[in-house]
Design a binder for this molecule. Sequence first.
Ligand code: ZN
Ligand code: ZN
Ligand code: ZN
Length: 352
Amino acid sequence: MKNKSLMVVSIAFLFCLTSSVALTMAQCPRCDGTGELVCPYCDGEGEITVQEGAPCERCEGSGTLEPVVIQKSRSAWLNDGKISVQISYENRESINTYGRVTAAVEVKDNTYASTSPRTLFPANEVIQVSLTIDGVSSEDYNTLQAQQVFSTNITLEAENVPCPYCSGTGLTPATIECPQCDGTGFIECPECNGLGVEGGERNADLDIGGTTYGVVAVAVVAGVVTAAYVFVKKKGLKEEDLRKMPAGEFQNWVLKRLAGKSSSPSDSRVGIDGYALDGQPVSIKQETDVGRNAIENFAAAIGRRNARKGTIIAFGFGADAIRGRVRAKMSYGFDIQMITVKELIENRNSLI
Ligand SMILES: [Zn+2]
Ligand SMILES: [Zn+2]
Ligand SMILES: [Zn+2]
């Protein structure tokens, strides 16, 4: 009786341990199991600033700007048969520009004009432009003299300058939705393919080298209880009887319990003693202290038969057996179920 309850406690302990170990190890360390990372492209902002993302508002995308050159003052006077004109300009841009100034005077039906050579208007400076209008007929000159006051038409044709706001590119920075995360600020964790579980789906290629880790934590524990075993009601053998049984007979008893079938000699050589009802390999150990090595050897056998799951039956398992099981899951993605003979006996009615 004492042994029995001890066994139950240890089995319960075994399962608890299994589940906690599996869950802790399975969580993807990169994303802490969330399956997503803060988007590195936008630092989680969901939007990024593109240097040349929009047309410059100042130059409407042209890249050039008509400079702001202000006429500050002007004066015109008659001078020895000619008209002298002087204009001061202030270039309010922070960039030099060039331009030509034209001054024109109308007298009756005639227009007299003069245009300056290409003139520099230095950035943020006031300059004087002087013009002399000649060729005025003596009649018109006399008319102007008689008027004393006349109007002068002055125009400045300034050359466009590279837009200082966009450095002449016509484009300015713009904030757009981050294309990497579609504005969510998060990306799928590449380590676990968004599953939140170490290794994600990458174990699908069964890298025996151990570089991939395949653990879907959910399955590990759940599988123990929900296994599709059909237990056959048959003679009330006790654990003690089974321990003493010849090896072959013991194997047959187990396979009957699992409604399985025996394996071929070549299967036996790699450590597969039979197949369960669902076709998964079964390893049968008539031992009380099955450890990590046995589990790992069985995992290798499962791999050779291209199976994904397997069941190992024994009277008991050593503490390190769980590590072997977790490693099989982590490294190869195999689900190995550990079932004790005691469970086979006791559950004969419950899982039919
Ligand atoms: Zn611009
Ligand atoms: Zn982003
Ligand atoms: Zn992850």
